[in-house]
Design a protein around this ligand. Structure first.
Ligand code: 5RP
Length: 218
């Protein structure tokens, strides 16, 4: 199977978690897009969806799923999204698509977070994938200096602005042995809006597409 076929298989498996009359949170990226395509088959069942990015909102509207504001829905029963890296402890790196802030908000407001990915995303230690941080533009250089002090090598994501009007620093060379601690530490740097570690609120279930079928890690 190609990585894309594995992503699609994981996305289809996530459909089983969707119940009638629900409003579901929907993530961003190529795996989340497969989930949106899958939702088209059962869209009559859904009361709507909360999107984690403008791109996802557009895609949901195209298939006829009502897109609702999180402020209007209250907590959600389910959030489905991809990841750039995942561990067996269900800690994640996210933000490869730059949507990490809204993704973290929707994950925080959801009772169950299903992460869908191909099995190449499973790692023993997070950090091979550069950790994305959404940063207020005027704080870019200050934040970068603090990241260097922590042993990271930050790089500005070129020609990219988030849906919230901010920039992304991708931090290389981090070997993340304690993701919960690092997530907290990075959030305390002035000017950081969000970091791409999802450890304080990890996934609840990881569905990994593989040659042997979809593996479920809980
Ligand atoms: C977007 C994300 C995505 O979930 C992550 O980048 C994985 O993307 P893909 O499903 O395309 O591999 O965090 O901000």
């Amino acid at each position: 199977m190609t990585p894309d076929e594995k992503k699609k298989a994981a996305a289809l498996a996530a459909l089983e978690y969707v119940e009638s009359g629900w409003v579901v949170g929907v993530g961003t990226g190529s795996t989340a897009n497969h989930f949106i395509d899958a939702l088209a088959r059962i869209k009559g069942k859904l009361d709507g969806a909360v999107a984690s990015s403008n791109a996802t909102a557009e895609r949901l509207k195209k298939i006829g799923v009502p897109v609702l504001e999180l402020n209007a829905t209250g907590d959600l029963p389910l959030y489905v999204d991809g990841a750039d890296e995942a561990t067996r402890h269900l800690h994640l790196i996210k933000g490869g698509g730059g949507a990490l802030t809204r993704e973290k908000i929707v994950a925080a407001a959801s009772r169950k977070f299903i992460c869908i990915a191909d099995d190449s995303k499973l790692v023993d230690t997070l950090g091979r994938f550069p950790l994305p941080l959404e940063v207020i533009p005027m704080a870019r250089s200050y934040v970068a200096r603090q990241l260097v002090k922590l042993g990271g090598a930050p790089a500005l994501r070129e020609k990219f602005t988030t849906d919230n009007g901010n920039v992304i620093l991708d931090v290389h060379n981090l070997k993340i042995l304690n993701p919960v601690e690092l997530e907290e530490k990075l959030d305390h740097i002035a000017g950081v809006v969000t970091n791409g570690l999802f450890a304080r609120r990890p996934a609840d279930v990881l569905l990994l597409g593989s040659d042997q079928g979809v593996k479920r890690v809980t």
